[in-house]
Ligand binder design. Structure first.
Ligand code: C5P
Length: 236
């Protein structure tokens, strides 16, 4: 059953409620950047991003990382477990890039960090997802210190798994974004997507991710890069 009531429509995804337990997440053939200020139709991008998410969630699942993926329709939709989402973006960084450089211009672009950095941003389009502290999160009642410790542990483990796999394919994992929720038994579960829209990955210094579009490439070139990423990752 790949339909239901539309409960959310974002820039690149739609979410449908199937029942109490399951949602369908639909990846749109759209690419946007700068909070939607730049937007283009991108035929077949939705399927490519869905395939990336399915493959990478599956990889993490093999290593025991609990995630929300249940099934894939082979096209632009995935069936996922419905969770109580924490409205936070967890970013893991291996190299200095992106918004890190904007707030910390003292570090040179693409400097490898001595250890992976983890940061938290509040999910808020209006405020442009501001960087927040763990104290902020605890005081706002979004998560406890124990839950944040668990989130950081899982985020670092995910980084290790993705890094090892990407490195084995000659790719450089620059940084990525994660989102988590709680299931009915209050287990922390990895949610949302893992795709070129949320991961920066390089091949010989060349982006295979949405950074291309942010930097002015066409949506057609972005789709070509996602196809290349899928080929390299071994996604059929
Ligand atoms: O822009 P910034 O450097 O903070 O992005 C860090 C990582 O998080 C990048 O891989 C980017 O694709 C991802 N990200 C995301 N969604 C956002 C912000 C960042 O997937 N809203």
């Amino acid at each position: 059953n790949w339909t239901g009531e539309l409960i959310y429509e974002g820039k690149a995804k739609r979410v449908y409620r199937v029942n109490d337990e399951f949602l369908v997440m639909e990846f749109k053939d759209e690419v946007t950047a700068f909070d939607g200020a730049r937007k283009e139709h991108a035929p077949s991008k939705g399927k490519l991003a869905a395939a990336q998410t399915v493959f990478l969630m599956g990889l993490l699942g093999k290593y025991g990382i609990r995630n929300h993926l249940v099934d894939w329709d082979g096209d632009r939709k995935i069936l996922v477990r419905s969770l109580r989402m924490i409205p936070i973006e967890v970013i893991v960084r291996n190299y200095a890039y992106g918004s890190f450089l904007k707030r910390m211009p003292l570090v040179k672009s693409m400097t490898k960090f001595s250890k992976p950095l983890i940061e938290f941003h509040l999910k808020s389009d209006e405020l442009h997802d501001p960087l927040i502290t763990t104290d902020d999160i605890i005081e706002a009642g979004l998560a406890s210190q124990e839950q944040l410790n668990e989130i950081m542990g899982i985020a670092l483990r995910i980084n290790e798994i993705l890094n090892n796999y990407m490195a084995s394919k000659g790719l450089t994992l620059v940084d990525f974004k994660l989102e988590f929720g709680f299931d009915k038994s209050n287990n922390l579960v990895l949610a949302d997507e893992l795709s070129g829209d949320t991961i920066r990955v390089l091949i010989n210094g060349r982006h295979l991710d949405k950074e291309l579009f942010r930097r002015g490439s066409s949506s057609a070139d972005l789709v070509k890069a996602y196809e290349e990423m899928n080929k390299i990752l071994g996604i059929s």
